[in-house]
Design a protein around this ligand. Structure first.
Ligand code: DX5
Ligand code: ZN
Length: 218
């Protein structure tokens, strides 16, 4: 079912911002495949995290590709500010923009593009865009905060994404984000996820390399 090797993207939201460079070097050394950066604006979600300057600071030392997740209104207006420091930029389907146009512009600017779905958003909302994305992000918590419990009820959505990918002969990655640790990663992969965002379970672990291996499954 999977067309991609399983990879782990530690979520920088869970690190000690006061030691950002050290934390990023630690994640790189521990085997992070990508680094996930959650941009929040206090409107689209009820939290404010960081913006382009912080992503630039992270990118300055990161070896792993930067996976930017925009939990913001007007992603079409703001995404250009992340282009030079990102490998992937993911926008929400619910964010009130011309989704197809934003995705095309992200690709034209040289980044891979992703589309994210809140827990309440059905898989069907992503269907018109499946042939235009590199990544589909299925939120497994309500977006806004790290450290929340995994919503297993999102697994049919992950499975629907994997089934559609196979039926349509597409190659997008399927990313899960929120409450991912060793057990919930295995559940997600069993349903078709191949890209695992993990914040608390990785940055909070005594041995980050071991935590990343456990999330990845090897
Ligand atoms: C939640 C963010 C997640 C968050 C995951 O809104 O999108 O990326 O950092 O954190 P954990 O792994 O702690 O649930
Ligand atoms: Zn995220």
């Amino acid at each position: 079912m999977s067309v991609h090797p399983v990879i782990v993207a530690p979520s920088v939201l869970a690190c000690d911002f006061g030691r950002l460079h050290e934390e990023i070097r630690r994640a790189d050394a521990a085997g992070a495949d990508w680094l996930h950066l959650d941009v929040m604006d206090g409107h689209f979600v009820d939290n404010i995290s960081f913006g382009p300057a912080f992503v630039e600071a992270a990118a300055k030392v990161a070896k792993a590709p930067i996976d930017v997740h925009l939990m913001i209104d007007h992603p079409d207006h703001y995404f250009p500010r992340f282009i030079k420091n990102a490998s992937n930029i993911t926008v929400h389907v619910e964010a009130g923009h011309d989704v197809a146009k934003t995705l095309a512009q992200i690709r034209e600017a040289g980044c891979a593009c992703g589309l994210a779905l809140r827990p309440a958003t059905p898989f069907e909302s992503a269907v018109p865009f499946l042939d235009q994305i590199d990544l589909l992000l299925v939120m497994t918590v309500e977006p806004g905060f790290g450290g929340q419990p995994f919503m297993q009820e999102m697994m049919p959505k992950v499975k629907a994404a994997a089934d559609a990918r196979q039926q349509l002969g597409l190659k997008y990655r399927i990313e899960v984000d929120g409450g991912i640790g060793e057990k919930t990663a295995a559940i997600s992969v069993a349903h078709g996820a191949d890209t695992l965002v993990a914040g608390t379970s990785v940055f909070g672990a005594p041995d980050m390399a071991d935590a990343i291996r456990k999330v990845r499954g090897h």
